[in-house]
Design a protein around this ligand. Structure first.
Ligand SMILES: *[C@@H]1O[C@H](CO)[C@@H](O)[C@H](O)[C@H]1NC(C)=O
Ligand SMILES: *[C@@H]1O[C@H](CO)[C@@H](O)[C@H](O)[C@H]1NC(C)=O
Ligand SMILES: *[C@@H]1O[C@H](CO)[C@@H](O)[C@H](O)[C@H]1NC(C)=O
Length: 424
């Protein structure tokens, strides 16, 4: 009510002074020139929170008065130096007879719009200046993707919506600095790019290499730039690879068996030792484990072991290996990749045979097989065995671990030097 009355009173006062002064100026036409605007009001574009100043420059004001109104609804804001509106952020700065400034402190989005500077001449003179409020970008969490998990081969859509003025642009990047891999179409190859522009990052038929932290960045040149991080988890059944499937080593040495794993979610992995001698006999005695059946149960561990070749092994007497004096077991992870290392200490006759690295997660399981056998030390007896191996059924060099080949070569050279003296 107070407000209303002040408004009425002042508006009336404004109109009255307008009538008064026009009358006045009419009667003194020869002494008084008509007020005029010196230049248009400069528009202001500023970020929210800063102060906006609109300057109305007038000459020959005489006894006339200057008022400010909000253009949209014609609300009177100020009359001369008196602020009429109930907005404590508005002040009037009169620098000299010709400079009338409307100052809006700490502008908000609601202050956006045009403001009218009026002179109460008859007819009334007016000009307008507009305030554009810039709003820094803000990412709308509810309308943007969060961390997500998809199966390998499915599509993944990451999206980000941001508000702000001017409307923000969205740029996608990998948060870890990796490249973004994406396909243009479902049957197309992956292309890689450092960044992608657009609100939606659609990844068709995702592959595991696309797994990782992504980030959408919203910018509209009004600081601060904001970003949102989201992880894309690509899930797939474990894959196991044993780089050396046949491993020869001399008794007494420590032998290192390695398996490489890819799996997501993170698998549970372990080593098994098969006591399957002779393997052929046990295989045929186990009727149900035909090569076509992918699953076979075996003592101690419900579930299955399937070799990479598709054969099911009979591992009824398999034994899970534990870290301890005999075996050193380590596992290192790097993203969806892991490597399993088993060190068999003091390799001796009972350790001959097959070892399996088994990896299992919610989507499946896989295992790799490594066969460990003895090779003779490069002593005199060893060199004999090497010589024999050339024509007999000795160890096949092709199947040897590289380090074993070196041992053989060393033994061979030693032997050659003994038997055939170097020419002088
Ligand atoms: C200020 O902005 C308004 C609305 O955008 C426009 O009509 C007017 O011409 C601008 N004035 C100046 C001086 O640029
Ligand atoms: C993405 O946006 C940035 C910044 O606006 C621009 O420099 C770049 O050229 C755009 N890239 C593409 C592929 O449109
Ligand atoms: C290694 O094993 C052999 C036979 O099993 C045993 O005689 C020998 O003492 C062991 N060596 C060490 C260092 O444990």
């Amino acid at each position: 009510m107070d407000c209303f009355w002040i408004w009425i009173t002042l508006t009336t006062a404004f109109c009255l002074t307008q009538v008064d002064s026009s009358h006045y100026s009419h009667s003194h036409r020869e002494h008084h020139t008509i007020p005029e605007f010196i230049e248009p009001i400069k528009n202001v574009t500023i970020p929210a929170g800063r102060d906006a100043i609109l300057a109305c420059l007038v000459k020959d004001l005489g006894k006339n008065k200057v008022g400010w109104l909000k253009s949209s609804d014609q609300t009177v804001l100020a009359l001369e130096d008196k602020v009429v509106t109930h907005n404590s952020r508005i002040t009037i700065i009169i620098e000299d007879a010709s400079t009338w400034k409307l100052k809006i402190k700490q502008v908000k989005e609601s202050d956006r719009g045009c403001y009218m500077c009026q002179i109460n001449t008859s007819p009334m003179k007016k000009q307008i200046g507009c305030v554009e409020i810039q709003v820094p970008p803000d990412i709308k969490n509810d309308d943007s993707s969060a961390d997500m998990a998809v199966l390998e081969g499915e599509d993944a859509t990451l999206s980000c919506r941001a508000t702000g003025n001017p409307p923000p642009r969205i740029i996608w990047k990998r948060e870890d600095g990796e490249m973004i891999y994406m396909r243009k179409a479902i049957m197309r190859d992956m292309i890689k790019t450092e960044s992608f522009n657009g609100t939606t990052l659609k990844l068709l038929k995702v592959e595991r290499k696309q797994m990782g932290p992504y980030m959408c960045i919203a910018t509209n040149d009004v600081p601060p730039t904001v970003s949102k991080r989201m992880s894309l988890i690509v899930q797939f059944a474990p894959m196991v690879r044993a780089p050396s499937q046949l491993l020869g080593a001399p008794y007494g040495s420590d032998v290192t068996l390695k398996c490489q794993i890819e799996a997501s979610p993170m698998p549970v992995s372990y080593w098994l030792r098969a006591n399957e001698q002779p393997s052929k006999a046990s295989h045929s005695s186990q009727e149900k484990s035909t090569p076509s059946s992918s699953y076979s149960s075996y003592g101690g561990f419900g579930g299955a072991l399937q070799s990479n070749s598709g054969d099911s092994f009979n591992l009824q007497h398999s034994e899970m290996l534990l870290d301890g004096p005999k075996y050193a077991i380590t596992e290192t992870h790097n993203g969806y990749k892991a490597s399993m290392v088993l060190i068999v200490r003091n390799f001796s006759k009972p350790d001959d045979g097959s070892y399996y690295c088994v990896s299992t997660n919610s989507l499946g399981r896989a295992e790799g097989a490594i066969r460990l056998y003895e090779i003779k030390l490069p002593s005199t007896t060893v060199s004999n065995s090497f010589r024999n191996s050339a024509n007999n059924k000795g160890p096949n060099l092709n199947n040897l671990h590289p380090s074993s080949i070196l041992l053989f070569l060393a033994a061979y050279i030693v032997e050659m030097m003994k038997t055939t003296p170097l020419p002088r």
